[in-house]
Ligand binder design. Structure first.
Ligand code: BGC
Length: 756
């Protein structure tokens, strides 16, 4: 096949039928070959945290029988690492395994925003915050594509629930799309150039994402400059011709004989422009051409398992650690009671298309026993993994085991069926069998420290039981090495450094999306708008169990010397705000701190969250060591999306810059004043008197037109302060119909014409 530049010529040599066939795959996982033109089929494969390669050419999803591959920590864990370098390493490893398994494109990362803790695929998504999700996803794509293996950033866009996912319309206002649901995609596309983007199943504001020209062409290509290929989610295409015209290049899996015929017919009868077909075919050819640079590689299963362990350990979030219950001490004569079936049967991934057949699985109980060679480790299952109601015998055995121990470590988690593609949860509680057991353990052995390790892919409620626990370690769904990683963190071999990428609410009902999830009758209204996750909790000043960004360490960090400087100007388009802050490890152990920078607009023309994450940095500090972090913000970081102007608008005025260890653990704030000219608001007859008077051009013109009375005082309405207070918020055209105010229809017409 030809090189990149000669693709148009090659496309020109293909028949319409051949071009149409390129726009669909040839089976569930392969693109279509064009043998006569020397174009081979390439294979794509899930998924976001490990490969799920189907061994033979197949026509089904075949979830379980894939070729063994490393199951890396799921996105729930990766998101909590707050560590782009580490996530990049995972990308490289995934790319290497793809090379070893002859895969051209890996179907990931998944970067949809966690709008509700109920979403069944939250374990596959990174964060409730677009800045964090975008930075981590870009690192993953860079790592993957450094191996000449393509990424498929998914699911574009607004796929934030599983309920009715194939049909539901996500009804989202434009500002919310621009500020919350699109920026992670925008960042990945503009900085990491993914080879492909996968469209979502759902509709966005009434139009299927697969047929949504605004999304797939206006935003993705025209605004962001995407030059790769758009692939459908599996089965997301309903009208192949409309999808092609909207910008969807490749349909997967192929609706063979139907979609290709529809394309050929639409070209023949003039409904589809041949140029559109040529372009889509060229994009498929380009993907094939790009994938030819890929060299074979060996599997490196051992090294990748070690990486999976390091990443999992660095992603675990220590939520609570009273009385320094952790790390565990290893000493002869000490007994550690390990309670919970999850210690023996670890949960490390979720169900659905992302399910990996792991190369091996570390068992937490075995790993913890090995990591505590001096102490005695005793185990009791306590409950069954799928059980919601307590098993009296298992619970009694657990209580007996705990009674003899110096410390109890309970391994709790969600039943596997609770977290799956295709289903949302109905609540965020752990099974009662588990939470009851925790309460009973604390009651039965009150003086014995009780540590809880959690294994779940999306947030679970802690507020109903955690008072019984001294320490809580959130391990997420941490991949095949989660068993050794949890032993590393529990024993202190690794100092925990994960931070929450999503808020843990006190109650499900407190969440901003609660009343609008998962919608009804084919629509889900994103009624909370931009107030997703911590943005909403903070705006409503609601208490939470653990805030976004939270996570403890076995050491302590102090913050000082926050300083903010400005260079350039908003009006010239080169504003730079530099924020520096010094962080010191004031404890006795090496540790990693995630320094977080939040921005808030003190007084704004539109509703804005009190704090929004705009930068972060993960530092590695030895005891006593300090580091000065430097962050740079641009105008975009301070702007909001204006629906009036259809662009980002930076409102001059005061902004709060806050640096801290979580969205609610702010260690320093500084106010800055940004100068600039606000964009002129378009003035019409429906603009109010107040709006006219506030306008730098319209205001003086209106004052002139109304004029002064014989004493030289403002005439008409402008001379009557009391009336002004009452009716200044009435549109100018309406005021013109009231007599005696000094405003006539002629004035309105003249002033409006002058404005335009
Ligand atoms: C999922 C995608 C996945 C695809 C292929 C779909 O059901 O939504 O995330 O990549 O299947 O398995």
């Amino acid at each position: 096949m030809a090189e990149d530049e000669s693709l148009p010529a090659l496309v020109g040599e293909l028949t319409v039928q051949q071009k149409a066939s390129l726009c669909l795959g040839s089976d569930f996982w392969h693109t279509a070959p064009v043998e006569a033109a020397g174009v081979e089929a390439i294979m794509v494969s899930d998924g976001p945290h490990g490969l799920r390669k189907q061994p033979q050419r197949t026509d089904n999803a075949g979830l379980r029988d894939s070729v063994p591959a490393t199951c890396f920590p799921t996105a729930s864990a990766l998101g909590s690492s707050w560590d782009p370098d580490l996530v990049r390493e995972v990308g490289v490893a995934l790319g290497t395994e793809a090379r070893a398994q002859d895969i051209a494109v890996v179907l990931g990362p998944g970067i949809n925003i966690k709008r509700s803790p109920l979403c069944g695929r939250n374990f596959e998504y990174l964060s409730e915050d677009p800045h964090l999700a975008g930075r981590l996803a870009a690192a993953m794509v860079e790592g993957l594509q450094s191996q000449q293996v393509g990424a498929s950033v998914k699911h574009f866009a607004a796929n934030n629930q599983e309920t009715d996912r194939m049909r539901v319309s996500a009804d989202v206002d434009e500002r919310t799309l621009r500020e919350i649901y699109l920026p992670a995609f925008e960042h990945v596309v503009t900085t990491a150039q993914p080879w492909t983007v996968m469209c979502s199943y759902n509709k966005v504001n009434g139009e299927y994402a697969s047929q949504n020209r605004w999304l797939l062409t206006s935003i993705l290509r025209d605004e962001w400059g995407f030059d790769g290929l758009v692939v459908s989610d599996w089965g997301a295409v309903h009208d192949r011709v409309a999808a092609l015209a909207a910008g969807l290049d490749l349909e997967m899996p192929p609706n063979l004989g139907v979609s290709d015929r529809a394309i050929v017919e639409a070209v023949a009868d003039g409904r589809l422009d041949m140029a559109v077909l040529d372009q889509a075919a060229a994009r498929v050819l380009r993907l094939v051409e790009r994938s030819r640079r890929r060299e074979p590689a060996a599997m490196a299963a051992g090294a990748h398992h070690a990486l999976a362990r390091r990443v999992a350990a660095n992603s675990m979030v220590l939520l609570k650690n009273e009385g320094a219950a952790l790390p565990l001490t290893d000493a002869p004569g000490r007994t550690v009671a390990v309670i919970g079936e999850f210690a023996r049967t670890p949960r490390f991934q979720g169900m659905g298309s992302s399910q990996v057949n792991p190369t091996r699985v570390d068992v937490p109980l075995d790993e913890l026993t090995a990591a505590l060679p001096e102490a005695t480790v005793r185990f009791a299952a306590g409950f069954g993994i799928e059980d919601d109601s307590a098993d009296a015998e298992l619970a009694a055995e657990a209580l007996r085991t705990a009674a003899e121990a110096d410390v109890i470590v309970a391994f709790l988690g969600l039943p596997p069926d609770d977290e799956s593609e295709g289903l949302d949860r109905g609540h965020i509680d752990l099974p009662a069998a588990q939470t009851d057991l925790v309460l009973r353990l604390a009651d039965a052995v009150p003086g014995t420290p009780l540590v809880v390790a959690l294994f779940n892919g999306s947030a679970v409620r802690t507020s109903s039981w955690e008072h019984a626990a001294d320490a809580v370690l959130e391990c997420w769904l941490g991949g095949q090495a989660t068993g050794s990683a949890v032993a590393d963190v529990l024993t202190g071999a690794v100092n925990p450094s994960g931070r929450l990428a999503e808020t843990i609410p006190l109650r499900l009902q407190d969440g901003p999306s609660f009343l609008n999830f998962p919608g009804e009758q084919g629509h889900v209204r994103y009624g909370e708008g931009i107030f997703v996750g911590y943005r909403g909790f903070d705006a409503a000043d609601l208490p939470v169990a653990y805030p976004f960004g939270h996570g403890l360490s076995y050491t302590t960090f102090s913050y000082r010397d926050l300083a903010v400087t400005q260079a350039g100007s908003a009006d010239d388009g080169d504003l730079d705000v530099t924020v520096t802050c010094t962080v010191t490890n004031v404890g006795a152990r090496s540790g990693r701190e995630v320094v977080q920078l939040y921005v808030g607009d003190t007084a704004a023309a539109v509703a804005r969250p009190p704090r929004e994450l705009k930068a972060f940095s993960k530092l590695d500090l030895a005891p006593g060591a300090q580091h000065q972090v430097t962050f740079t913000l641009t105008a975009r970081d301070l702007s909001y999306w204006s629906t009036t102007h259809r662009r980002w608008v930076l409102e001059p005025g005061e902004f709060q810059i806050a640096v801290g260890a979580s969205s609610r653990d702010i260690r320093g704030t500084a106010a800055i004043v940004i100068d600039g000219t606000p964009p002129a608001e378009p003035l019409t007859g429906m603009s109010t008197l107040t709006e006219w008077l506030a306008d730098p051009v319209g205001g003086p013109a209106l004052r002139d037109a109304i004029g002064v009375d014989s004493d030289g005082q403002p005439a008409g309405i402008l001379g009557n302060e009391e009336l002004m207070r009452i009716i200044a918020n009435i549109p100018l055209s309406t005021l013109a119909s009231f007599r005696g105010l000094g405003i006539t229809e002629d004035t309105v017409e003249r002033l409006t014409a002058a404005q335009n």
